[in-house]
Design a protein around this ligand. Structure first.
Ligand code: CO8
Length: 257
């Protein structure tokens, strides 16, 4: 049983993972990141799971890497940091991951939220990379993913001043897709997850991969990947079912084949 997470199945095809270290505003310990990576591995292997929602508490999605734990690591400790492998496993999760962000989303917490494919935030949430205040810098993808999400000027401002932005600003900048009332954030993320869970799993998987390629590669390579993925889907039973259902004016029944 994970100790720093709660895992629920609130709807068919949907898993809800809740970070649970309220005493430290969900600060990300090595243990928590390991448990999260393990839960995502289970969700990946489980054919019934089609989308995952990741959330924290009403006060904090996560207030960063655990500073107490970090204080105990010297240069060699950082070099051999087991968290790096956990972050890599989280980053390679192939199914849709939706972050429902309430409250503080700072440092490693903001980096974790940026591992999600879709971010929904409550209107009181704040996003920031305050590492500079500790004499360090983001170390779990923050400089790279934030710049891609919000552009150079705002990313520089956030990382170099350490000052957070509010949810509306994050939405205007493109970091967040929707802003909700605090009590509705998780419900809205679950709604999006349920909508995705009803689609053809292979199409969802390849569409996610193609969209992520757009961040990592040049246009020609991205377009080549899209073309291959589109062609692969032509061989699936779900494509035939999707087209047939449209023609017969009924809802499709996708099987993941
Ligand atoms: N780590 C550990 N404990 C924390 C953290 C944290 N990041 N954030 C909050 N806590 C703890 C506090 O110490 C406090 O515990 P206690 O009651 O025992 O003193 C408890 O949570 C409640 O916090 P506050 O009393 O401070 O609550 P406030 O509402 O007054 O303030 C803030 C909330 C503004 C969020 C404040 O807690 C804060 O500034 N937290 C630190 C934020 C921060 O600097 N985050 C960045 C951390 S560094 C980082 O994330 C680097 C990532 C690199 C990853 C590399 C991986 C390989």
């Amino acid at each position: 049983m994970p100790r720093t997470l709660a895992v629920q199945a609130p709807a068919a095809g949907v898993r809800l993972i809740t970070l649970q270290r309220p005493e430290a505003l969900n600060a990300l310990t090595t243990e928590l990141l390991g448990e999260l990576a393990a839960e995502l591995a289970l969700a990946e292997q489980d054919a019934e799971t089609r989308a995952v929602v990741l959330t924290g508490s009403r006060k904090a999605f996560a207030a960063g890497a655990d500073i107490k734990e970090m204080a105990e690591r010297d240069l060699v400790g950082i070099l051999e940091d087991p968290r790096v492998a956990h972050w890599q496993r989280i980053a390679s999760f192939p199914k849709p991951l939706i972050a429902a962000v309430n409250g503080f989303c700072l440092g490693g917490g903001c980096e974790l939220a940026m591992h999600a494919d879709i971010l929904v935030a409550d209107e009181d949430a704040c996003f920031g990379q305050p590492e500079i205040n500790l004499g360090i810098m983001p170390g779990a993808g923050g400089t790279q993913r934030l710049l891609r999400a919000v552009g150079k000027s705002l990313a520089m401002q956030m990382v170099l001043t350490g000052q957070p932005i509010d949810a509306r600003h994050a939405q205007r900048a493109g970091l967040v897709s929707e802003v909700t009332l605090p009590e509705l954030t998780v419900e809205r993320a679950l709604e999006i997850a349920r909508a995705i869970a009803g689609k053809a799993p292979l199409a969802v998987r390849l569409a996610k991969e193609a969209l992520l390629k757009a961040q990592d590669t040049d246009l020609a390579s991205g377009l080549r990947f899209e073309r291959h993925a589109f062609t692969v889907l032509a061989g699936t039973a779900d494509r035939a079912e999707g087209i047939r259902a449209f023609q017969e004016k009924r809802r499709p029944e996708f099987t993941g084949r």
